[in-house]
Design a protein around this ligand. Structure first.
Ligand code: NBP
Length: 484
């Protein structure tokens, strides 16, 4: 009987799509899920007619695998991973490989690797980024584990990964927890990127009040230039989405409350522990926490008055450009801080991390993919010992060029009472207990808090995200030239 190339445990959204990806690249995959009905549904549905072997027990799964057996775990991070490992170990032999592809805490990965090594089993902590679509079509993959184990699994992971500039977005990051650490840092940077986008949105909303379609235009324009990235691209697309039930832009209906699963918090906690400033990601994590404290925000907004909103009288196109530059400059700071954290963690843990490899595999498949990662890759390729990205001539020149606009954006934020904890790096507007407020002067129907975006929620409890009728410019050029 044909043995499978790999087994995968956990057929939730990530596992299911990774299995389909592996199968589409020519691998035979055995699958198992704790709840058998899930396996059966997958086998009869998306997995039907494919080179996929459904199994009902872990014994059956292990027996179906070619040696050395490779088993990937895609279950909820934390105790479930330990539970699955404990069930698997008695069924495996020396030289077999367990791969944890979830968002596990890197210190858990170190502990698991150490314990399994004593049993002769290779353990890999593999960061997988790109969500559901990445898992299916090609994610960015950050593997950490032994060199020997890597040789056995590399043919599978380099083949299912995204490809950027002709290279797979998958390179061996280093031993034990290196892969999960890099994934954690990636997620932290992603938090920062999203918060920076929210802040640019909130400032423009308060000062210029663009409609959702005008915002779509602004972000589409930005995506054609230096900010070209997955998150800017999908932000433009989100602004274009209309809710079929209400006919209103979806962005105006999203609850102003963001949750978090843990990787951002872990990143910031680790940075504090090792004494690395991580102001952008720290600001992003705080903003999420603040956004979730809705009752407190509502109570505060009944007590505190913010500045009275006034029509923006400056050059509107110039303000949009300032926001662009503030976003770009802050993003560079965020990556520079993240790289410093990675460098120190690498030294402390003996991982010998390669910044070139890291920047290179973040160029495709993952949420942080961005054009400027080509520049970061090139910078580290030329100088692997670069101490800080901001000191590289290319990035230094951008920071030099953008800093006046960056300051102008923050000035505008303060003027309009918009908190910018990530881009202003803890400005006076970002305190949790004294939220700032913005009151639109145009007459319009009031909007309830639940109808606001997470952006306005996390930064400005009174800001409304609706576009006032009668204040609405008809195009981006109108928006740039006509004060509302
Ligand atoms: P979830 O994180 O929602 O986990 C659900 C899976 O875990 C199901 O297959 C469930 O089996 C299984 N499971 C649980 Br819960 N407890 C178990 C246990 N004690 N023993 C065996 N199986 C158990 O799935 P996901 O969203 O696909 O994410 C998988 C991993 O990938 C997570 O670590 C996640 O953080 C990470 N990740 C997710 C994304 C994303 O976009 N979702 C992106 C990148 C990384 P059941 O069916 O029997 O309940």
């Amino acid at each position: 009987m044909n043995q499978s190339d790999i087994g995968l445990i956990g057929l939730a959204v990530m596992g299911e799509n990774l299995v389909l990806n592996m199968e589409s690249r020519g691998f035979r995959v055995s699958v198992y899920n704790r709840t058998t009905a899930v396996t059966e549904k997958f086998a009869a549905g998306r997995g039907s007619g494919k080179n996929i072997v459904p199994t009902k027990t872990l014994e059956e799964l292990v027996q179906s695998l070619a040696r050395p057996r490779k088993v990937q775990i895609m279950v909820k991070a934390g105790a479930p991973v330990d539970a699955v490992i404990n069930q698997l170990v008695p069924l495996l032999e020396q030289g077999d490989i367990i791969i944890d592809g979830g968002n596990s805490l890197w210190t858990d990965t170190q502990r698991r690797e150490k314990s399994l090594k004593e049993k002769g089993i290779h353990f890999f902590g593999v960061g997988v980024s790109g969500g559901e679509e990445g898992a299916l079509k090609g994610p960015s993959i950050m593997p950490g584990g032994s060199k020997e184990g890597w040789e056995a699994i590399a043919p599978i992971y380099t083949k299912i990964a995204a490809v950027a500039e002709g290279e797979p977005c998958c390179r061996h990051m280093g031993p034990d927890g290196a892969g999960h650490f890099v994934k954690m840092a990636h997620n932290g940077i992603e938090y920062g990127d999203m918060q920076l986008i929210c802040e640019a949105y909130a400032i423009l909303k308060a000062a210029l009040n663009p409609s959702a379609s005008e915002f779509a235009e602004i972000f589409s324009e930005w995506n054609k230039g230096e900010l070209d990235s997955f998150l800017i691209e999908i932000t433009a697309r989100i602004f274009s989405r209309i809710d079929p039930e209400t006919g209103r832009p979806v962005v105006d209906l999203i609850l102003d409350r963001a949750g978090q699963k843990g990787t951002g918090k872990w990143t910031v906690g680790h940075a504090v522990e090792i004494g690395v400033p991580l102001s952008v990601i720290g600001g992003a994590v705080e903003a999420r926490i603040l956004s979730s404290l809705k009752d407190e925000r509502l109570a505060a907004s009944a007590v505190f008055e913010g500045p009275d909103a006034k029509p923006y009288t400056g050059d509107r196109a110039a303000l949009i450009d300032s926001e662009h530059d503030a976003l770009y400059a802050s993003k560079i700071i965020s990556y520079a801080q993240g790289m410093v954290q990675l460098g120190i963690a690498g030294e402390l843990n003996g991982w010998n991390l390669s910044f070139e490899d890291i920047a290179s595999i973040w160029r495709g498949g993952c949420i942080t993919r961005a054009r400027f990662l080509n520049r970061i890759t090139a910078a580290y390729k030329k100088n692997p010992d670069l101490k800080n990205l901001v000191l590289h001539p290319f990035f230094a020149s951008i920071l030099q060029r953008t800093q006046a606009n960056w300051r102008k954006a923050i000035q505008t934020a303060i003027e309009y009472g918009i908190a910018t904890p990530a881009s202003a790096q803890r400005s006076p507007t970002s305190t949790a207990t004294a939220p700032t407020a913005f009151r639109p002067t145009c007459s319009r129907p009031s909007v309830t808090f639940s109808e606001r975006t997470p952006t306005s929620a996390s930064t400005n409890p009174r800001a409304s995200s609706s576009t006032p009728s009668g204040c609405k410019p008809s195009s981006l050029s109108d928006l740039k030239s006509n004060p509302h």
